[in-house]
Design a protein. Structure first.
Lengths: 393, 295
C-alpha cells in the first residue's frame, strides 16, 4: 500500500464510526471508565449525578407540600433569580465578557412583559392585554435579546474593564429611561402592575381550589428554571460553549483557531440578554408590581454576587448562588434573635438591612479571596475529600 | 452670553472635582491595572470625615487630616484584599473593589444618617464678582484644589524618588523589581494616594450642598472621564474630568430648552452618553495607550 493511498482511505465514509459505536457501551462494574467522547460529554455523565439530580428533582417537587407559603415565595424568587444568574454566567463566566449591565436587561424584560400583559383599557399606561404567560415571557426575553444585539458591537470593540464600565453606564442610562418614560413604567414612586402569570386561563398568582398562589408560582418558576438550566447546560457543553470559553481564555488564540470572535461575543450577549429578559419578566410577576428604582446598580451587583458566590462558569453554581442571595435576607432577618444589639427596624442602627447589604459586599470579597470557585468549589472540595477518604489525596 | 459663561464656570468647577476623582482612579489603574470601584465609598468616607472634623479643627485643616486618614484606609485595603489577589484576573480584583465599596458605604451611611450632612465648608453658595460675572466661590475653590493637587502630583512623579519608583513599577513590574524597586510598597502607596485624593474630592463634592447617602453616585461620573481620557493617562483624566463637567453643565442649562424629549435630569446621565459616543469612535479613549497584543 502506498503512502498516498492511506489518507484517502481514512476519509472514506466507512471509516466514520457508526452512531452506536460513538456512544459506546460502558463496561460493567467500571462506572468511571469512558469509552467514547459522547459518554464523557453527556449531561449526566456519572451515576452519582443521575441519582443526585433525580433526588433533587423529587425533593423540589415535594417542597410545595412541605413548606410554608412565604418560604415558597422566596424559593420561587430564587428560581427566577437563578435564570437571570445563568444568563449572566453565560456571558461573564463562560464567554468572559464582564457585564455590570445585567439590571438593564432585567428591566427591559420586566417592562416589555408588563406592557404586553398590561390592561389596554388603562389610559395612563401602555398595555396590549395579552396575559398568556408564554407570550409575554418570550416577548420580554426577545426584546432584551434584541437590545443585547445592539449593545454587542460595543463588546466586540472593547474588552475587559472598558466593557465593565460601559455596561455600568448602560445601567444609569436605563434608570434614566425608566424614571422618565411614565407611559411604560408608571414613573418614580408610582410604578405599575407587572405581567400576570396566566396559563390556559388560570391566573397563577391567585389561589385556586387545590393550590395556594405561592405553591402554583413556585411550581411554575421551578419548571421554567429546569428548562432554562437544561438549555444553559446544553449551550455550555456544545460547540457554542467551547467557543465561548476559547474567547474568554485567549481571544486572539481563539481567532487564530478559526473562532469568529465578534460573532461569539454577539451570541453571548444575545443569549444573556434573553435569559435576563425572561428573568425580569418573571421576577416581578411574583410580587405583581414593579417600580423604576428596582433596576439600579445594586441589582447588577447582586447578580454578579450570585455568579461569583455560586461559581464562575458553572450552571449549577449559578443556581446555588441565586438561592443563596435570595435566602440571604430571610437569614439576616433571623439574626436579631441571636445578636440582641441588631435591630429589625430600618430606622435604628445597626439594623438587619445594613447587615444584609454589608454581607453582599463582604461575601463577594471573602469568596473571591478564599474560594474563587464559589459554592460550587466548596462542593468539589467536599466531594473530593470523601472520594479519596481515608486518604488526603 | 452670560448664561454660556456661567455654564462654563459651573462645568469647570464640577469638572475639577470629577478630574480629581478621575486622577484617583488612574493612579490605581496605573499601579495595579485595576479600575477601583471602591472610590465612591472612599470619596464619601472622606466627605463624612471632613464633616465631623470641620467643627473642631476647621475646614482647611480637616481636609488634609481626612485625606491622610482615608489614605491610611486605602493602604489597609490594598494590604488586606488587593495584595493576595496578585496574579489573578483584573476583573476579579475589580469585583473585589466593588464588594469593598458596598461594605464601606454601609458603614459610612450610618455616620451620614438619613439627612443631608453639611461638610462645614466656608463657601456655601455665596458668589464673588469676577469680571462682572457672579461666580460661586466654591467653583473657584474646586479649580484651585485641582491645580494644587495636580501640581503636587506632577512634582511628585517628576522629581521625587518615590514618584520615579512608582512610574517604573507601573511601566514594567518585573524590571522595576530587578532594579530594586519595592513594587508591592509602590502599589500600596498608589492606593493610599488615590484614597487620599478621593477624600479631598469628597470634601469638595459636598461643598455648598452637603453630602447624603446617594452622593456616592457622583464618583462614578469619573468613570466616563477616565475612559474618555484613557485609563492610563493622568493628564487625560484631568481633561476628561473637565470635559464631563462641561458636558453635564451644558445639558443642565440647555437640554430642557432644546431637547425636552430627553426628560428631566438628563444632564446627570449625559456623561454616560458621552462615554458611549467616545468609545464607539476611539475604543482606547482620547489619550489612552493603544493596546498591542502578542500571542
Amino acid at each position: 500500500m502506498t503512502a498516498v493511498r492511506e489518507p484517502s482511505k481514512s476519509q472514506t465514509p466507512a471509516a466514520a464510526p457508526a452512531p452506536a459505536e460513538a456512544k459506546g457501551r460502558r463496561p460493567l462494574g467500571r462506572p468511571l471508565l469512558y469509552t467514547a467522547y459522547g459518554q464523557d460529554m453527556a449531561l449526566l455523565n456519572t451515576g452519582a449525578k443521575k441519582v443526585a439530580v433525580g433526588v433533587l428533582l423529587v425533593v423540589a417537587l415535594l417542597l410545595p407540600f412541605l413548606l410554608e407559603d412565604d418560604l415558597l415565595r422566596l424559593l420561587a424568587t430564587g428560581c427566577v433569580l437563578a435564570i437571570g444568574a445563568i444568563g449572566l454566567n453565560l456571558v461573564t463566566g463562560y464567554a468572559g465578557q464582564v457585564s455590570l449591565g445585567h439590571a438593564f436587561f432585567i428591566g427591559i424584560g420586566a417592562y416589555t412583559a408588563a406592557v404586553v400583559s398590561g390592561d389596554p383599557e388603562d389610559d395612563r399606561l401602555y398595555g396590549l392585554g395579552i396575559t398568556f404567560l408564554p407570550v409575554w415571557l418570550l416577548a420580554g426575553g426577545l426584546m432584551a435579546a434584541l437590545v443585547g444585539l445592539v449593545v454587542a458591537p460595543l463588546a466586540s470593540r472593547l474588552r475587559g474593564l472598558y466593557l465593565a464600565i460601559v455596561t455600568l453606564g448602560l445601567v444609569f442610562l436605563g434608570t434614566h429611561v425608566w424614571n422618565e418614560w411614565d407611559a411604560v413604567t408608571g414613573g418614580v414612586g408610582v410604578g405599575r402592575p407587572a405581567a400576570d402569570p396566566v396559563l390556559f386561563g388560570v391566573d397563577l398568582s391567585r389561589r385556586t381550589e387545590s393550590f395556594s398562589a405561592d405553591q402554583q408560582l413556585y411550581l411554575l418558576m421551578f419548571v421554567l428554571l429546569c428548562v432554562f438550566a437544561l438549555l444553559g447546560r446544553n449551550i455550555a457543553r456544545s460547540a457554542m460553549g467551547r467557543s465561548f470559553a476559547a474567547v474568554r481564555d485567549r481571544d486572539i488564540a481563539a481567532e487564530v483557531t478559526g473562532v469568529d470572535v465578534r460573532k461569539v461575543k454577539r451570541r453571548a450577549f444575545v443569549i444573556s440578554g434573553f435569559y435576563a429578559g425572561c428573568a425580569g419578566a418573571l421576577l416581578f410577576s411574583i410580587t405583581g408590581y414593579l417600580d423604576p428604582s428596582s433596576f439600579g446598580l445594586l441589582l447588577s451587583v447582586q447578580f454578579v454576587a450570585m455568579v461569583l458566590i455560586g461559581g464562575v462558569s458553572t450552571i449549577s453554581g449559578s443556581i446555588m448562588g441565586a438561592f443563596f442571595i435570595a435566602l440571604l435576607p430571610r437569614l439576616t432577618r433571623e439574626l436579631p434573635e441571636y445578636l440582641p444589639f441588631l435591630s429589625s427596624s430600618a430606622t435604628e442602627t445597626p439594623n438587619v438591612f445594613q447587615v444584609e447589604t454589608l454581607l453582599y459586599g463582604l461575601l463577594i470579597v471573602a469568596f473571591l479571596l478564599l474560594e474563587p470557585r464559589g459554592l460550587f468549589g466548596l462542593w468539589i472540595r467536599i466531594r473530593n475529600y470523601w472520594k479519596a477518604w481515608p486518604f488526603s489525596y | 452670553m452670560r448664561d454660556v459663561l456661567l455654564t462654563v464656570v459651573r462645568g469647570l468647577g464640577f469638572g475639577s472635582v470629577y478630574a480629581l476623582l478621575a486622577v484617583s482612579f488612574v493612579i490605581i489603574y496605573k499601579s495595579s491595572k485595576v479600575v477601583s470601584f471602591a472610590q465612591p465609598a472612599l470619596m464619601l468616607a472622606g466627605a463624612v470625615l471632613v464633616s465631623y472634623l470641620a467643627g473642631p479643627v476647621g475646614f482647611y485643616l480637616a481636609v488634609p487630616l481626612a485625606a491622610v486618614a482615608i489614605g491610611m484606609l486605602g493602604w489597609g485595603l490594598e494590604r488586606t484584599t488587593i495584595r493576595p489577589m496578585i496574579g489573578r484576573p483584573v476583573f476579579v480584583v475589580a469585583i473585589i473593589t466593588l464588594g469593598l465599596d458596598i461594605a464601606i458605604r454601609v458603614v459610612v451611611n450610618v455616620f451620614i444618617g438619613p439627612d443631608v450632612r453639611n461638610v462645614g465648608d466656608p463657601w456655601g453658595l455665596s458668589t464673588v464678582d469676577v469680571l462682572g460675572l457672579p461666580v460661586q466661590e466654591r467653583y473657584i475653590a474646586m479649580a484651585v484644589v485641582l491645580l494644587v493637587v495636580g501640581a503636587g502630583l506632577f512634582a511628585f512623579f517628576r522629581y521625587s524618588r518615590y514618584g520615579l519608583a512608582m512610574r517604573a513599577s507601573s511601566l514594567d513590574q518585573e524590571t522595576a523589581l530587578v532594579q530594586g524597586v519595592p513594587v508591592g510598597s509602590m502599589t500600596a502607596l498608589a492606593w493610599a494616594m488615590a484614597a487620599g485624593i478621593a477624600a479631598v474630592a469628597g470634601a469638595f463634592v459636598g461643598a455648598g450642598g452637603g453630602v447624603d447617602q446617594s452622593t456616592w453616585v457622583i464618583a462614578l461620573k469619573a468613570l466616563p472621564a477616565i475612559i474618555i481620557g484613557g485609563l492610563d493617562s493622568i493628564g487625560g483624566a484631568v481633561v476628561g474630568g473637565l470635559l464631563v463637567g462641561l458636558v453635564e453643565s451644558f445639558f443642565a442649562t440647555y437640554q430642557g430648552e432644546y431637547l425636552p424629549f430627553l426628560g428631566q435630569n438628563f444632564s446627570l446621565v449625559s456623561p454616560y452618553v458621552l462615554l458611549l459616543v467616545v468609545l464607539l469612535v476611539r475604543p482606547y479613549g482620547l489619550f489612552g495607550t493603544r493596546e498591542v497584543e502578542r500571542v
